[in-house]
Design a protein around this ligand. Structure first.
Ligand code: HSE
Length: 295
């Protein structure tokens, strides 16, 4: 059996819609080997599809198909720590687990670039799949077939504190609420902030992050789908976050916080509970610079 560790991801990073994402220190695991039938189980009691509709299985099969190989069956044991439909890249983690697992079982016929491309073709956008595979912060442009990407390792004194609600928001719903067109002015608003985000994160100019996470492409629309979202943003800013944004398609809210702000998590949880928002969990994470690995 091979065992794979795949990180959670946070996409968009505010203004970088479908273009920016980073990997976080929170992991799913998948163990797999070829078999002559499908034998899928979950090690954590989570109710996952145990047939050909399982996303990891489907991604294994996709890679076999691309390589012209037949997949007779698969033994798969999955551990799903990353909460599903919360904006933390759980489906990308499954896709990457399947592709890396399949590629390993076949003796690595595909390169890392091929895997980045194939993952984006399956998911539709690269901002979760690419960092899940590569780690660090990834800037990516997907032309529909190929991903043009740069991965940068980040060594900062920042933590990414995920404020995770107890309700789901499906990506399809969170994309369906977005406008079909935006003004030239709003396009400039976003592209300038997306560029400012990466440059500020990588050079340590953290005082820019509060401006850089603002956007006019998705967050104003998605906030309406996330009850109490504005209040959660305010609480995080009141406790000293540099920047706060909706992680991926939501509903998780991500706060970028100085490592030395030791009590941020505790104070934020206290304020959330005091405001009656007891269903919001607080999870302190760090950037994972390695990405998916066999362990
Ligand atoms: N960029 C994507 C979105 C991430 O915001 O819809 C979720 O897959």
């Amino acid at each position: 059996m091979i065992k794979i560790q795949i990180p959670a991801t946070s996409a968009n990073l505010g203004a970088g819609f479908d273009a920016l994402g980073l990997a976080l220190s929170f992991y799913n695991y998948a163990e797999m080997e070829e078999n002559d039938r499908i034998d899928i189980s979950s090690t954590d009691g989570l109710d996952v599809p145990c047939d050909e509709n399982n996303l990891i299985y489907k991604s294994v099969k996709d890679l076999y198909d691309v390589c012209g190989k037949t997949l007779k069956g698969l033994t798969l044991k999955q551990t799903s720590n990353i909460p599903m439909t919360r904006g933390l890249g759980s489906s990308s983690a499954c896709i990457i687990a399947g592709l890396v697992g399949a590629n390993t079982m076949l003796g690595n016929p595909l390169t890392k670039d091929d895997l980045v491309d194939l993952a984006a073709q399956i998911e539709g956008h690269p901002d979760n799949t690419a960092p899940a595979l590569l780690g660090g912060i990834v800037t990516a442009v997907f032309d529909g077939k190929k991903v043009h990407w740069v991965k940068q390792e980040v060594y900062t004194k920042l933590k990414f504190v995920a404020l995770i609600p107890d309700f789901e928001l499906k990506t399809e719903k969170a994309r369906a609420c977005l406008p079909k067109e935006i003004s030239h002015k709003d396009a400039v608003y976003n592209l300038s902030r997306a560029a400012l985000f990466s440059a500020s994160l990588l050079t340590g100019k953290f005082e820019n992050l509060r401006t850089a996470v603002h956007d006019r492409l998705h967050q104003p629309y998605r906030m309406e789908l996330i009850p109490n979202c504005r209040e959660v943003f305010d609480i995080a800013y009141n406790h000293g976050a540099y920047g706060v944004y909706i992680s991926g398609a939501g509903p998780t809210v991500m706060a970028i916080v100085d490592e030395e702000n030791t009590y941020f998590g505790g104070k934020t949880k206290f304020s959330l509970d005091n405001a009656g928002l007891t269903g919001w969990q607080v999870k302190e994470l760090y950037i994972d610079n390695i990405g998916t690995q066999l362990i």
